[in-house]
Design a binder for this molecule. Structure first.
Ligand code: SF4
Length: 319
């Protein structure tokens, strides 16, 4: 199955078109999600559509959309719906993106207001076609959201800006509360799973955010089930801790279409719990690891816990 998309290509993932099919495995019993049918879901959809916004919840076919949108928790996706990279796990459409909309930052700010969000997650497609990778647009969006919603905390989930420090500095200067950049998988799998990215560029970006502004929480996420081993995951955790990352999320990779990477293993909830325990022992301030964990899943509640965990740590240091 290849999904079609309304852009200048008639295929949602033109680069994957000629790949051999990877049969989609049946999901285990513990992966059960809420159907997107509630009144809350419909209200969220209405607001998001009204402002012509994209959400990663819809574009990436997130399994949690029924649960999150019931509570109005939508994750905004800025800079259009077409990504310039071609990761083999991701269902966001790929191809040549259009111009940035100068109205988007204000529409995002207004949508947050209408949804009454206490905490918002804003992400984007990769925009390697732009000189700054979209850094100024991120900063403008953060500023507009803050102005319209001064009590809402802001979390961003960004691309790697091709490792350009100048772009990163622009975003950090706008002072998001949480800076998330997903490491996604172990370095051995980058050439096949995340071919347009580099593992160490992502680590350096996370370390640099902390260096530029230690008050910003840093966060990163990992998918399991792409062919990584447990030892490799442990090494990845050490690498993230060396980059001073505060918060680790880990969830089960689910294959979106037959043209995407196949699932190598389904980890049980008990195995996720073991992974979380290991991560906590390595010193992350917060860890969320369950089969359905995604970067923005329960992000508002997690942000509160993150703040508490940091305060508890600081209190301990001053006693
Ligand atoms: S987990 Fe994140 S991406 Fe998925 S539906 Fe919830 S808010 Fe959207």
């Amino acid at each position: 199955m290849i999904n079609k998309v309304n852009n200048d290509s008639k295929y949602r993932h033109p680069e994957k078109r000629n790949r051999p099919d990877n049969p989609i495995q049946r999901k285990p019993d513990w992966i059960r999600v809420k159907a997107p049918i509630s009144d809350g879901y419909k209200k969220t959809k209405e607001v998001v559509d009204n402002y012509s916004l994209k959400t990663v919840c819809e574009e990436a076919s997130c399994p949690n959309i029924g649960e999150c949108w019931e509570k109005q928790h939508a994750t905004m996706m800025i800079m259009g719906g077409i990504c310039t990279r071609a990761c083999s796990f991701c269902n966001v459409a790929t191809g040549r993106p259009g111009e940035l909309s100068p109205f988007e930052p204000y529409n995002v700010a207004e949508t947050i207001h209408k949804l009454g969000l206490k905490h918002v997650v804003i992400t984007s497609v990769d925009r390697d076609d732009l000189e700054d990778g979209g850094a100024e647009h991120y900063a403008e969006t953060i500023r507009a959201c803050r102005k319209r919603n001064p009590d809402t905390t802001i979390e961003i989930l960004t691309p790697d800006f091709k490792g350009k420090d100048s772009a990163l500095e622009i975003v950090v200067k706008a002072r998001p509360d949480v800076f998330n950049h997903n490491i996604e998988t172990v370095p051995r799998l980058y050439p096949t799973i995340r071919p347009g990215a580099r593992y160490f560029t992502s680590l350096q970006l996370l370390a640099k955010v902390k260096e530029l502004d230690p008050s910003i929480f840093t966060k990163s996420g990992l998918m399991v089930g792409l062919g990584e081993s447990d030892i490799e995951i442990h090494q990845l955790m050490d690498d993230l801790r060396a980059a001073d990352v505060d918060f680790l999320t880990a969830g089960q990779y689910l294959q979106p279409t037959v043209k995407h990477a196949g699932v190598d293993r389904f980890m049980t909830p008990e195995e996720f719990e073991k992974l979380a325990k290991k991560a906590r022992a390595k010193g992350f301030l917060l860890v969320s690891a369950t089969p359905l964990t995604r970067s923005s899943y329960h992000a508002g509640d997690d942000f509160e816990m993150l703040r508490e965990a940091r305060n508890a740590k600081l209190n301990k240091l001053t006693v």
